[in-house]
Write a protein of this length. Structure first.
Length: 92
């Protein structure tokens, strides 16, 4: 799993039929300290995350393992909204 932050929503009116009804979010990868990396991906949102939230996302074959994305042409999916992180005794 990869730590990220939802920075926007992607709207696509013309798309593959298997993507209909799925919410697409722009996610910026994060370092453990919360610093944004340069990498931004588009991920299917399977948990109802909103812009500004810290999330966990998966890519590749793992992205097709959720109930929402099973057997669909998906390469990245948000699988959790992060409530809190403890890193070597520091909380964020």
């Amino acid at each position: 799993m990869i730590l990220g932050k939802v920075i926007g929503t992607v709207w696509a009116t013309r798309k593959d039929e298997q993507l209909r009804g799925l919410k697409l979010q722009m996610v910026c990868e994060l370092d453990p300290d919360g610093t944004q990396k340069d990498k931004v991906i588009v991920a299917v949102d399977s948990v109802g995350a909103g812009v500004g939230e810290t999330v966990l996302f998966v890519q590749g074959s793992s992205a097709r393992q959720t109930e929402v994305t099973k057997n669909k042409p998906i390469d990245a999916v948000i699988v959790a909204i992060v409530d809190k992180m403890d890193i070597e005794g520091n909380q964020s």
